[in-house]
Design a protein around this ligand. Sequence first.
Ligand code: FES
Length: 149
Amino acid sequence: MASRRNLLKIGVVSAVSFVITACTKAVSGSSEPTSEPAVEDTQTPSQGGEVVIAQVSALVAGEGFNFTANDGTDAILFKTKDEKVYALSRICTHEGCSVNFDLVQNKLICPCHGATYEAPDGNVISGPTQRNLKKINVKIDGDNVLEVV
Ligand code: FES
């Protein structure tokens, strides 16, 4: 009989402990410890209608960096060897496929019908379109590349 009482006490203590823990987590609003994100959110609104796209020091000259422009356009950012930055829409002006940057050929190529565009200007080289890629205004401020909105 004594062992049955002890088992009952243990059960009650466990149940009370479970309820207290559940209530504490509900009040704090979190069941897991929070930590800082591993990757910094670079699309943070800045002052004066400017949005941080990336850090200049993280960009590799001659390579493209894909991002979403402020208006939702799928876009690509370039840093040239002389540290200038350019951004273009990735939306092909033929029928709207997303162009890709080809590092070896240093141009943007549409996978759908083969249109090609100059990097970093976005001017048409060849293909079924005659319209250049839309330019996105960017500037450098310290180590930040900002989209000018
Ligand atoms: S959609 Fe790009 S070439 Fe046709």
